[in-house]
Every structure is written in structure tokens, then in C-alpha cells.
Design a protein around this ligand. Structure first.
Ligand code: AMP
Length: 284
């Protein structure tokens, strides 16, 4: 496995792989890699012959009051995990190289970026779409892999790729969970043991919505209220949103439909967690 912080070197190495006829798969990450990230790398190794992973804690997707400085950066551990998972090249750019003095260009996906996560983190998606655009322009991948864990993020990226005619295929991979159901996240390591238990309420609330809808409950208002009350069972949980929405537009629904997605964002203590579940019903 090779690693580089240099854009010039990255481009050379990827160009060499392409010249050999290899399909290039790309997994962008912020590091502190866990099985969720590794599952994306595995998906890439199934489809592609040359795998690039980027590790970059992107400052533009954090607001000033968020955890940019304390975000975990276990570089050696991450490099080993990449190597073990079959990554060919790790790209580790620095903030100063991605956003040099005078940097002024941002990519903004309207509409869908302003909902849910966008309401609570108003500059977040603009930072994500900007860095992903730059990374796509740097790596020039054939396929890029994102997690369903960040459901809205992958939708925003799909919108951007379609709107801007970016020549890359987007694949979304299932959420990887701990054995007890907690969605894996680099931020889980901020949780105390007690908070870690409390955090299971997110998964419980999603499962409740799924059970209710699949067993024929059509009262979305009641179901969303129950999700809220499951989350609020512990007073260390502060909910940003707990809703059932259309899987493509993320708009609230008046009534259940064949395919829906339940979205939750909540703080447990000072750690903000998100999770979601796609819910499909047959009788509507
Ligand atoms: P991050 O390092 O948090 O920016 O995440 C990098 C990529 O890994 C994103 O596409 C995430 O959606 C994905 N990811 C994060 N956690 C998980 C998980 N538990 N399961 C699957 N994918 C994940």
C-alpha cells in the first residue's frame, strides 16, 4: 500500500493504475476508521482493481462550535486498517493544501441540503460537497462509496453528481452496527459507558417505527411522537429531529407509503449522533 499527501503524486499513481486498465474505487473518510469504513473499502475491492481511500478531517464541514479540534486522528492505526483491508493508496492531504490562502470556491446543493442535518448544521453540507468535489477532481475515481449511515449526505452527493455531470458512479453501502445495534461512528468513542447505553435509544426508536409501520399502523404523527418519547426516556438525550420522511425528497409524509426512511439526530450528553432506517411496507 502506498500513501501520499501530495496531489501531484496522487494523480500520477492513479493515472498509472488507469493506464493498466484498472477500475478505480474511492472511499473518502475522516479517519478514525471502524468496521463501517472498512465495509466501504471491502465493497470497493469487490468492484474495482485499484482502491483509494482519503483520510481528511475536513474543516469546512465543521461549524466553529463543533468538534474539529478534538476529532480523533489515530493515523498509524488507520493506515494499518487500510492496508489490511486491501487499500492500494491512501491520500492524506493537509488542510492548507486543500484550502490554501485565498481559497474562495464552494459547492452548494440547494433544497435537500437545507433540510434536517442542514437545519441543525447550516454550513455542513456545503463543506461536504465542496471537499468531495475536490477529492473527486483529485482522484478521478470510477466509483465512490458512501455509507447509508449518513443517509442525507449520500442523497446530497448523488444530487451533486447528477447536477454537475460528474463522471463517477455513487454506491451506498449498508450501515454497520455494533452487536447491540448502535450504528458505528468515529464519534461513539466520545460516549461514556452510561451514555453508550443511553445511545441505544436511537436504534430502539427506529425499530419501533419500523415495527409499527410494517404491522399496519398508519398514524405517522403518533409513531413520530413515540420515537420522541423513546429517545426522551433518558434526560441526557436532546433530540434534533426524529421523523419519518420520503426517501428521495426527505419531505415529511402525510401518510405511510411503500418506501420511507426514519431519520434521527440527537445529542447524548455532548455527543451528537445520527442514525436512520429504511422502512418498506407492502400493504398501504
Ligand atoms: P466519516 O469518516 O464519518 O466521514 O465517514 C466516511 C464514510 O463512511 C461515509 O460515507 C460514511 O457514511 C461511512 N460510514 C460511517 N459510519 C458508517 C457505518 N456505521 N456503516 C457504514 N458506513 C459508515
Amino acid at each position: 500500500m502506498e500513501e501520499t499527501a501530495s496531489l501531484v503524486e496522487l494523480r500520477q499513481i492513479v493515472a498509472d493504475a488507469k493506464r493498466e486498465g484498472k477500475k478505480v474505487g474511492f472511499v473518502p473518510t475522516m479517519g478514525a476508521l471502524h468496521e463501517g469504513h472498512i465495509s466501504l473499502i471491502r465493497a470497493a475491492t469487490n468492484d474495482c482493481q485499484f482502491i483509494v481511500t482519503s483520510i481528511f478531517v475536513n474543516p469546512t464541514q465543521f461549524s466553529p462550535d463543533e468538534d474539529l479540534d478534538k476529532y480523533p486522528r489515530p493515523k498509524e492505526q488507520d493506515l494499518k486498517a487500510c492496508s489490511d483491508a486491501g487499500v492500494d493508496l491512501v491520500y492524506l492531504p493537509t488542510p492548507a493544501s486543500v484550502y490554501p490562502e485565498g481559497y474562495a470556491t464552494y459547492v452548494d446543493v440547494e433544497g435537500i441540503s437545507q433540510l434536517w442535518e442542514g437545519k441543525h448544521r447550516p454550513t455542513h453540507f456545503r463543506g461536504v460537497t465542496t471537499v468531495v468535489t475536490k477529492l473527486f477532481n483529485s482522484v478521478l475515481p470510477d466509483v465512490a462509496y458512501f455509507g447509508q449511515k449518513d443517509y442525507q449526505q449520500q442523497l446530497v452527493i448523488r444530487r451533486m453528481v447528477a447536477d454537475l455531470d460528474m463522471p463517477v458512479e455513487i454506491k451506498t453501502c449498508p450501515t454497520i452496527r455494533e452487536p447491540d445495534g448502535l450504528a458505528m461512528s468515529s464519534r461513539n468513542q466520545y460516549l461514556s459507558d452510561t451514555e453508550r447505553q443511553t445511545a441505544l435509544a436511537l436504534q430502539r426508536a427506529l425499530q419501533h417505527a419500523n415495527e409499527q409501520l410494517t404491522s399496519g399502523n398508519r398514524d405517522l404523527n403518533a409513531i413520530q411522537a413515540e420515537m420522541t418519547s423513546i429517545l426522551q426516556h433518558d434526560d441526557s438525550v436532546a433530540i434534533d429531529y426524529a421523523v419519518v420522511v420520503d426517501p428521495d425528497t426527505l419531505q415529511l409524509l402525510k401518510k405511510p407509503q411503500a418506501k420511507m426512511v426514519a431519520l434521527i439526530a440527537a445529542r447524548v450528553g455532548s455527543t451528537r449522533l445520527i442514525d436512520n432506517m429504511i422502512i418498506e411496507i407492502t400493504s398501504i
